[in-house]
Design a protein around this ligand. Structure first.
Ligand code: CTP
Length: 409
């Protein structure tokens, strides 16, 4: 494992500890070197042999073992990232108050690397003012606290408090490692709205006009914003992707529904990113019943009407002072103008702050995991982002949004 990035996986004592075994497996299989530090109560849920076997490394459980190696300072000092999953209400409280009463809290105090907490607890505990304050304290100090997922909890309860999907926690850890010291929650306290996917405009109860947008770029934006501490509303049109950890998802179908949902969420938003591909046109009428084939071989004529331009409306209205509005443009160059010329014209027409311009074709943009773009700013700037993961492009977009949010308004 020489040379691989070092992760400390802290596990505190909640039933979700069993899901941390899946997280551990994902982290090690992606080439990371992981040392597991379970608390005493975590070991009541999942025993030491499981952690040792899955990590392929000795498991440090208490400050009093292997004292000559000074584990209570070494583990934290040497880590590239510390992730605590699940983080119980008790663990968050101890971390927020700087206690050092076991090996995991000692490790948290000595760590100088980014720290990620993935909380899991009952909704009442998550919502308790004590926990709210502890989470706020940790975030203020620069820790990344992922919002818990909503769903079935232990027993018959359901609500907010589930451990986010291990694949999502693993994605946050990898992102933090990629960004290193820049992985700070610089969107903490901000509300951002992201739209994703492609809308569908129905002709009849079974047929629709749609487009190829998968929603991946929007999901990448939502995931990265959450990892940077934002409260995120993701308005998703016809996507089949797993909800990113710590993101509120609003599902929509048509452009009209997308418009209503985005405008409602934008009312108190610091930034709105329109990564969705809303259909520009919809059928003038919706047939109540499935349209039947005519016996004479003729085909119906579909009359289309234009949908409102949501991005242009948002940019014109700015429901909050200083709100940053970001659009996307998939363009092809032609004889009259280059891709960037088209992009600049669209930026001016829509009056948004940033326009992310993709050149389409060559297997790019749609339905792929990678993307390249030039981000045009209303201040005349152009930021080139090389071909790479959509999460990386998303992070550059947020970098530019954060800069604009810092400007006086
Ligand atoms: N968009 C929108 N509402 C629409 C259509 C598009 O908010 N009804 C947003 C998209 O989410 C994207 C941006 O506008 O952020 C660019 O969309 P695009 O289809 O490229 O723009 P158009 O104005 O439709 O330009 P074109 O004539 O080139 O299709």
């Amino acid at each position: 494992m020489a040379g691989s990035r070092r992760v400390v996986l802290g596990v505190s004592g909640g039933i979700a500890a069993y899901k941390a075994a899946d997280l551990l497996r994902r982290l090690t299989e992606s080439g990371l070197s992981v040392r597991v530090v379970p608390t005493a109560s975590a070991l009541k849920f999942v025993g030491e042999p499981t952690w040792a076997a899955l990590s392929g490394q000795p498991v440090a459980t208490e400050v009093w073992s292997a004292v000559h190696e000074v584990p209570h300072v070494r583990l934290g000092q040497e880590a590239d990232v510390v992730v605590v999953a699940p983080a119980t209400a008790d663990l968050l409280a101890r971390a927020a108050h700087g206690l050092a009463d076991d090996l995991l809290t000692n490790t948290l105090l000595t760590a100088r690397c980014p720290v990620v907490f993935a909380p899991a607890m009952h909704t009442e505990m998550w919502e308790h003012p004590a926990t709210r304050e502890n989470v706020a304290t940790l975030r203020r100090r620069g820790a990344i606290v992922i919002e818990p997922a909503v769903g079935r909890l232990t027993g018959a309860d359901s609500g907010k408090g589930r451990l986010p999907d291990p694949a999502e926690i693993s994605a946050v850890v990898h992102r933090v490692l990629r960004r290193g010291a820049e992985a700070t929650p610089d969107l903490a306290g901000r509300h951002v709205v992201v739209s994703a996917g492609g809308t569908r405009e129905y002709l009849d109860p079974v047929r629709f006009l749609g487009n190829r947008s998968s929603g991946r770029q929007g999901y990448a934006l939502a995931r990265t914003a959450a990892a940077r501490g934002a409260r995120v509303t993701l308005v998703a049109a016809n996507t089949v992707l797993d909800a990113p950890a710590g993101v509120d998802v609003v599902r929509v179908g048509t452009t009209a529904e997308l418009r209503t949902a985005v405008r409602a969420a934008a009312a108190d938003a610091d930034a709105v990113v329109m990564a969705a591909a809303p259909a520009d046109f919809r059928p003038a009428g919706l047939a109540e019943h499935k349209i039947k084939k005519a016996d004479d071989g003729s085909a119906p004529t579909v009359v289309l009407v234009q949908n409102p331009d949501i991005l242009a409306e948002l940019a014109a209205e700015r429901s909050r002072a200083g709100q940053v509005v970001v659009g996307f443009a998939a363009e092809t160059g032609d004889a009259a103008a280059s891709v960037l010329d088209h992009g600049r014209a669209k930026l001016a027409r829509k009056r948004c702050d940033l326009l992310v311009v993709n050149e389409v074709g060559e297997g790019r943009a749609f339905e792929t995991a990678d993307n390249a773009a030039v981000i045009l700013g209303s201040d005349g700037t152009a930021t080139e982002v090389p071909f790479g993961p959509k999460d990386d492009l998303a992070d550059v977009i947020w970098d530019l949004v954060v800069k604009r949010l810092a400007l006086p308004h």
